[in-house]
Design a binder for this molecule. Sequence first.
Ligand code: CP
Length: 306
Amino acid sequence: MANPLYNKHVISISDLTRSDMELVVATAQRLKAEPDTRLLKDKLVASCFFEASTRTRLSFETAVQRLGGNIIGFADGGNTSAKKGETLADSINIIGSYSDAVVMRHPKEGAARLASEFSRVPVINGGDGSNQHPTQTLLDLFSIHETQGKLDGLNVAFVGDLKYGRTVHSLAQALSLFNCRFFFISPEALAMPDYLCEELEEKGIQFSVHETMEEVMPELDILYMTRVQKERFDETEYKHMAAKFVLELATLEGAKPSMKILHPLPRVDEIEVAVDKTPHAYYFQQAENGVYARQALLALVLNETV
Ligand code: CP
């Protein structure tokens, strides 16, 4: 029987079941321990980035090449015929005829879903506006499992821009399938969207809203940091906000020894560099895990059995 992700689009984390996520985590674990150079042999993946990226694009491209596959694509939609007015639907129709799967990032919410409707091959969403970033979530789940030995019943704080941060939306939805308890810490103007809080309430997931990291630090298993975006505030307001949501060494006082800090990166100045040397910092290993999680996903989407 084919694995449940074979030949499927991966657009939103809510397209995946709990057991799909567990399968990706287990496969990533295996590929990290036992590298395989043939799983994507004779497969061609199109890497279509209409928006800037460092980690997502390069870790996907590394994943394909290390699994023995080939890659085509672009890192800047401004160098494609989109510039001449070609629709995304037409572009993806054509790109899908050249490749076995399309990985795409786009600045517009819903672009990946639209692309999947016009593609003859699986589309994997590498981030669409402030909407979803499902493959970031898969590598986050892999990193959480790697550090905590489980995904169930953890205490997880999300800090920073919870309104526009697509990574926190996807991860909260995923962890809600594992009965985690959430602490939301953000400026009021960047609070978790109502639709997501309502979704959590309907599922009976416990969550609470806080003003500082210190008040919840001793309870946490995972501290998920994100960037407060400067452009969303005036200068004085930003300075006030940013100071409140910076993780310093002193903020970690009282943290469990096993507590790990994750961040999808890029970091600007929301985590003091001195924190990097503490045993709590896991964001660089998390970014490295992007290769294994994306290898696992591509291998499952492009092979009936893995
Ligand atoms: N985490 C993440 O999506 O990073 P990039 O924007 O560099 O791809």
